[in-house]
Design a protein around this ligand. Structure first.
Ligand SMILES: [Zn+2]
Ligand SMILES: [Zn+2]
Ligand SMILES: [Zn+2]
Length: 401
């Protein structure tokens, strides 16, 4: 060891001299580039200069250094939220509460709710009581589309499962952007077309879920969102209730969400469970009636790490095992970004939903009414008139794109 020491020191010195020489050479080259390029310095050269550290520049004597060009801030000229001069996207820092018009670029933008308050205008959310009365049940001119695709996964019994799902892709979908995801679960006797494709007649209004969502996006009531519909087996009163839940929980984790994240531009950086978990605040599970049970069992309990937004609508009280989970370590690791429990004036589950809400708030101190937790009673009953209304409310509160 001792013999090697002087040799090592010599090598270190040689390397140091070589390194200093290289740095000095780089600095001289950079200085030459600056003087040659003059005022119209191309972007590439500017970036090259940035890479040389301050220490090196100090050691090289410079004669009459060309001062770095000072760029005047762009006097933005906005069109569709993008500056025509510099290409910057307006971050829409402020908008007017009523009109939702951005005070910087003049575009209408969605409210962006954090803890029950819009970070753009400071207002509280305006919760709809009836989507039909609000005039938001359909009538859009810019329409998204429903894409049918298959997903497959291997279940815990090593059986390959292949099923269909439907994905609502909003108008103007751009794969370079990122979209939040809402998974919708239908009620008893439904199928994957129930939420988005089935026509509902509310008085003179004849409307499907896709019509409602198109309109909400067109009105900037909600941000553009990918909406996934799947087919789930009936749950209420089934003797094999637990095995049905387990199957759907597995399906969501290993089939549905990985397929959606592989195919579409979501906030998840990859389509593994860990990748989705890192972006979970941009993923919602929303279920109505029988689907509310899945939102609770397969969402809150079994896939809590994959979703940040939970909306059981017109469901039942929360089972004791889920309340235990809610007050435990797993729940603290994956806090709820938004809990929304909706029901209707004449809904036969109205009391059950209120009890569920109270029990959830009692079990989890991080849930605060009116901030990240909402209980809402729509004007109608146990029907899509209530569920479309609360779909609008949940998506408005949950996502700002
Ligand atoms: Zn600009
Ligand atoms: Zn703006
Ligand atoms: Zn606002």
């Amino acid at each position: 060891m001792e013999k090697e020491k002087p040799h090592g020191e010599l090598l270190q010195k040689v390397l140091l001299v070589v390194a200093l020489f290289m740095l000095a050479l780089a600095a001289v080259c950079a200085a030459l580039l600056i003087t040659q390029s003059g005022d119209e310095m191309p972007q590439e050269t500017a970036q090259g200069v940035m890479m040389i550290d301050d220490e090196t520049i100090e050691t090289v004597p410079t004669e009459d250094p060309t001062p770095a060009p000072t760029r005047a801030p762009c006097e933005h000229s906005w069109k569709d939220g993008v500056c025509t001069l510099c290409g910057e996207h307006c971050p829409h820092p402020r908008h007017q509460a009523e009109s939702r018009i951005c005070t910087d670029c003049g575009e209408r933008v969605v409210h962006s709710f954090v803890n029950g308050q819009c970070r753009r205008c400071g207002s509280k959310p305006f919760i709809l009581d009836d989507i039909v009365d609000a005039g938001l049940a359909g009538g859009a001119t810019r329409c998204g589309e429903l894409q049918k695709l298959q997903y497959s996964y291997t279940d815990s019994n090593h059986v390959a499962v292949r099923k269909d799902m439907s994905v609502y892709v909003p108008y103007g979908y751009d794969p370079q952007k990122q979209y939040p995801v809402a998974l919708l679960i239908h009620g008893y006797g439904g199928d994957l077309g129930t939420w988005m494709e089935l026509r509902n007649h509310f008085g003179t209004v004849n409307v499907r879920g896709i019509d409602v969502v198109d309109r909400l996006i067109e009105e900037d009531w909600i941000a553009p969102v990918l909406i996934v519909s799947i087919d789930t087996p009936n749950l209420s009163g089934m003797s094999d209730y637990n095995s049905r839940v387990a199957k759907v929980s597995e399906e969501i984790r290993y089939g549905v969400l990985p397929t959606v994240c592989a195919r579409y531009a979501t906030y998840a950086t990859d389509n593994t469970s860990a990748g989705i978990a890192r972006a979970r605040e941009h993923f919602a599970i929303i279920g109505a009636s029988d689907g509310a049970l899945y939102a609770v069992e397969s969402g809150l309990r079994d896939n809590r790490d994959l979703f940040g937004v939970f909306a059981p609508l017109s469901g039942l009280d929360i089972p004791a095992d889920i309340l235990t989970v809610q007050s435990g370590e797993w729940a603290r690791q994956y806090p709820i970004r938004l809990l929304f429990m909706g029901t209707g004036q004449t809904d036969f589950n109205r009391t059950q939903v209120l009890l569920a809400y109270v029990h959830m708030l009692e079990a989890d101190a991080s849930l605060l009414d009116g901030q990240n937790a909402f209980h809402h009673i729509c004007d109608s009953g146990h029907s899509f008139r209530s569920w479309f209304t609360d779909l609008a409310n949940v998506l408005q509160l949950a996502f700002d794109g």
